[in-house]
Structure formats: C-alpha cells, structure tokens
Design a protein. Structure first.
Length: 484
C-alpha cells in the first residue's frame, strides 16, 4: 500500500500514526497517510523559520519569480499524475480535474510570479507645517512563516492559491491539506524539489483539525499568520485558537449563494449556466448556487429546463471521460447531504427531481453518490434554504419584482457569491451593486480573473485574496517617512 508522507526541510518524513486515504467513488483504500504529531509539526515550523532567515526572503524578486514559473512548469510536466491523484482523492470527474483544478494550480504560480515583479508600493510626498516636505514610501517585507489550511473540494487549486502568493512575497509555508485529500500536496513537494526551491520553503504536514496537525499548526507560536479555506464553523474555531497570539488571518469560508434569473435572460444560456452553478463538482464548490430565484413569468419553464439538465447529467466513475458527476467526498458527507434531502421533504418541499442515492449495480454502489436534486415550494425560513448543504442540490423559488429578488438573495448570514442572469445589462449592473457578497457574476458563474478580489462577507469570510489583495495579506508593509 502506498504511503503519503509529510514533507519537512526538503525530506519526506513519516509520523507516528497512519490513517487511510479513501477513494470516494468506491470506498476503496488508496493509500496510508502519515499523520503529523506535535513533534512533526514543530519540526516543520522550525524548518520554515530557518528557510525564512536563510535565502528565500532575500533572493532577488526576479529569481524568486523565475522559480515560481519553474514550479508551474513542473505541474504541467506532471499534469497526468496530478489529475490522477486528484481524481482518486476527490472522486471528481477526470474531465473537470483536467479542465479546472490542475491548469489553475499552474496558473496560480504563473500569475503571482508575474504580479510580484510588477507590484509597486505606495508613496506620498507630504507637506510639513514648516513649509518643507517629507517623503513617505512603504516597503514590502515577508510576513513570515505562513500556516495554510485547506479543504477537500478543490484541494490543489485552493492550496496553490495560497502557496503561490505566499512564496512570491518571500514567505515560507507549512501547509496542512485536508485529511480527505492529502495526495496532491505531497506530489507538489516533489515538484518543489525538482524546481530547486530551497529546503524548508514549502513544508507539508498531514492530519486532522482538532487535537491534530491543523490545531498544532494554528496554535504554534512561531507561525506568523494563518490562511484558511473551509467551513465557517472551522474558521471560528481557528480564530479562537489564534486570538491569544493575535495572528493575522485570511478566511475563505462557506456560502449559501443565490442565482437570480430574470424573465428577459437568454433562456438556454441561463439554464446551462445555472445548472453548472448548482451541480459542478457535485455541488461541492463554495460558490455553488443552492438558492435559485426565478422571475414568475418563466418560473415553470425554467424549473422544467433545469430538471431536464439535472436528469441528463451522467453519474459514473470519475475516471470515465463521459462522467459529469462523481460522488461526494465521504460517507459522512453523503449522509449529511441525504439528511438534508429528507429534511427538505419534512419541511414541505416538492421534489422536482432526485432526492435520493443512485443504484449502479456495480462497485460504485460502495461509493458516496447522491442524485442531483431540485426542490421547490419551501418557505424562505426553511433550514434547507438557510444552511449550506454542499451537495448537488438547489431550491428554486419565484419572485415578482427586482426589489423582491434582491431582498431574497441578501436574506442570508453568508455572503460569498451571487449570479444574475438578464439580457438587460443596466439591470445587471444595478442588481449587482445591491448584492451583499464579495463576488457577483452577471450572465456567468465561476469565471475567474486571478487579479480580482476574491472573498466573502458575513459568515463567508474575512479579507480578500487575489491579485494585489493576496500580495498585501502575505506581506508586512513598513512605511518609511523621510524628512526632506
Ligand atoms: P473544514 O472546515 O471541515 O476543513 C477544512 C480544513 O480545516 C481541513 O484541512 C481540516 O483538517 C482543517 N481543520 C478542521 N478543524 C480544524 C481546527 N480546529 N483547527 C485547524 N484546522 C482545522 O472544511 P471542508 O469540509 O474540508 O470544506 C468544505 C467547506 O469549505 C464548505 O463549507 C465550503 O463552503 C468551504 N469552502 C470555502 C471556499 C471559499 O473560497 N470561500 C472554498 C472552498 C471551500
Ligand atoms: C470554493 O470552493 C472555490 C474557491 C475558488 C477560489 O478560491 C478561486 O480562487 O477560484
């Protein structure tokens, strides 16, 4: 059986305990993962600190950027390996990993390599009371050792989304990938070695959250900042852990995102777009739309169109290029999503399609599949309309006016993303301005430009990453004021 190892100071190291890495498509065991205990995490943090004080923060930006491009080259060279590992760990269709996850991992390194070369700093010429002047300019310094904690839904994409800007800014990192999807973080360590990244710059510790590597890392006194993507509740726990040492945090958390469909939308394009927004990655994307609001004149027709799309999605083996939807990540998550399917019925929903688990009659029956599911008829107060389910499911409700649609979309404690579907661009802009979220798409969804701010309001997160926002989080700015 294959072992997935921690990576510390340029070496692959074991822990004192192991846990199983499971393929969600059939429940089979892929590998044994070496769990990092307190001692292993301490060694990882110490190695990152040594590397910070050695070369990494001081090598010229141009060289650092060139090394980041080499990492991207390495990911591209091992494209098939990364796809295979990601598909086995997550159960996502091979077509999705090839189109989204692995290319984005390489792009994350390329974008931040280029951005750090171009990034300037603020400077101000200040008039002094005696009629003279002073010059203010900010200096960008590494923040230090960054603890990176990431989830299982887009493991490599979300890990590299943080590693790339952190390294670009001269930091060193200790990454703890999700216990469900450990493989690609360790594979990335091999790429780091081949690219010539100095030892200690990129470290990986495997394990769980509380009482394990995640908690050991976030509470470590030598970790200078924590960047986390995952559930809002976990974000709150991490915040409590880092409070006593006042570490800066960047949090990308959950969502209960709305799609607003106006009667004047391009119907076909919108059915396709909303279907993607609800079902991509089996609904396990923080940006997925779980609430769809449709203007009443096209409500029935739209629900029917979305139903046909859902029923046309092929559930199957993730390795099959004909598969549209893979399983959920784990038996536990499957049970959670199925319990929401039951709850929706208990809360009075009408089931448009789905609502259960499929039967394949083969080994996939040991996998964690659920049917793509659409409900209507729930009151806005229903738990299924309020709570993040994180599965291939949405509730569709009608609305009668623009004001009502805005009020419905904003009636949530989350605030990550919204999508608006209309051919009236004036209205598209107007409604977008009223969305209480961090990211609004008009006539598209999950269309990314990595220079743009990315994050959420309310329970959906703290801070923004992307472009200059990432560079600012992963840097300390020292303002220098010189009297002239
Ligand atoms: P999770 O919060 O359960 O786990 C995320 C990571 O945190 C894992 O590595 C886990 O081991 C670690 N962890 C758990 N408890 C911890 C603790 N007390 N201290 C330190 N680390 C701890 O999230 P998940 O189930 O892996 O991912 C799904 C969730 O992530 C959803 O809520 C989804 O919306 C959210 N998400 C948000 C974004 C975003 O950009 N906003 C992106 C992806 C996923
Ligand atoms: C959440 O599941 C998706 C997050 C996506 C990003 O962070 C990104 O940069 O595209």
């Amino acid at each position: 059986m294959k072992s997935i190892l921690n990576y510390i100071d340029g070496e692959f190291v074991r822990g004192k305990r192991e846990f199983a890495d499971v393929n969600p498509a059939d429940g089979s065991e892929i590998a044994q993962v070496e769990e990092a205990d307190q001692d292993v995490v301490d060694r990882a943090v110490a190695s990152a600190r040594r590397a910070l004080h050695a070369d990494w923060g001081r090598i010229p930006v141009r060289e650092r950027a060139a090394l980041l491009h080499k990492i991207a080259d390495g990911i591209e060279r091992r494209f098939d390996c990364f796809v295979k590992a990601e598909v086995a760990d997550t159960g996502k269709p091979v077509t999705l990993a090839s189109r989204l996850d692995v290319p984005r991992a390489a792009a994350n390194f390329r974008v931040f390599a280029d951005l750090i070369k171009l990034a300037g700093v603020e400077s101000f010429q200040t008039e002094t009371p005696d009629g003279k002047a002073a010059l203010n300019y900010a200096e960008r310094k590494p923040l230090g050792v960054i603890g990176i904690i990431t989830p299982w839904n887009l493991p490599l994409l979300l890990l590299t989304w943080k590693v790339a800007p952190a390294l670009a800014c001269g930091n060193t990192v200790v990454a703890k990938p999700s216990e469900e999807t450990p493989a690609t973080a360790t594979l990335l360590a091999e790429v780091m070695q081949e690219a010539g990244i100095p030892n200690g710059v990129y470290n990986v510790v495997h394990g769980f959250g509380p009482g394990s590597a995640g908690e050991f890392l976030t509470q470590h006194p030598d970790v200078n900042a924590v960047t986390f993507t995952g559930e809002s509740r976990t974000g709150a726990a991490i915040m409590r852990t880092v409070a006593s040492s006042v570490k800066p945090v960047s949090f990308e958390l959950g969502g209960k995102n709305a799609a607003i469909v106006f009667a004047d939308c391009d119907f076909e394009e919108t059915v396709n777009g909303v279907s993607e927004a609800v079902f991509m990655n089996t609904g396990q994307v923080c940006l997925c739309a779980e609430r769809v609001y449709v203007e009443r004149p096209i409500f029935e027709r739209f629900v029917d169109g979305l139903k046909k799309k859902a029923e046309g999605l092929r559930l199957g083996a993730p390795t099959d290029t004909a598969t549209d939807l893979g399983p959920l990540i784990s038996a536990q998550h499957r049970d959670k999503v199925l319990s929401y399917y039951q709850l929706a019925r208990d809360e009075g929903a009408a089931v448009v399609t789905g609502g259960g688990a499929p039967k394949f009659g083969n080994r996939l029956d040991q996998g964690f599949y659920v049917q793509p599911t659409i409900y209507t008829g729930l009151p806005e107060s229903a738990r299924c309309v309020k709570e993040e389910i994180f599965g291939p499911v949405c509730h569709v409700a009608p609305f009668d006016s623009e004001e009502e649609a805005v009020a419905l979309a904003n009636d949530t404690k989350y605030g990550l993303a919204a999508s608006i579907w209309t051919t009236n661009l004036k209205r598209g802009h107007r409604v977008a301005h009223k969305m209480n979220v961090g990211i609004t798409w008009v006539n598209c969804w999950f269309l990314r430009d990595l220079r743009t701010p990315f994050g959420g309001v309310g329970l959906s997160g703290i801070g923004r990453e992307g472009g200059i926002h990432s560079l600012n989080f992963y840097s300390e700015l020292n303002n220098i004021c010189v009297r002239l």
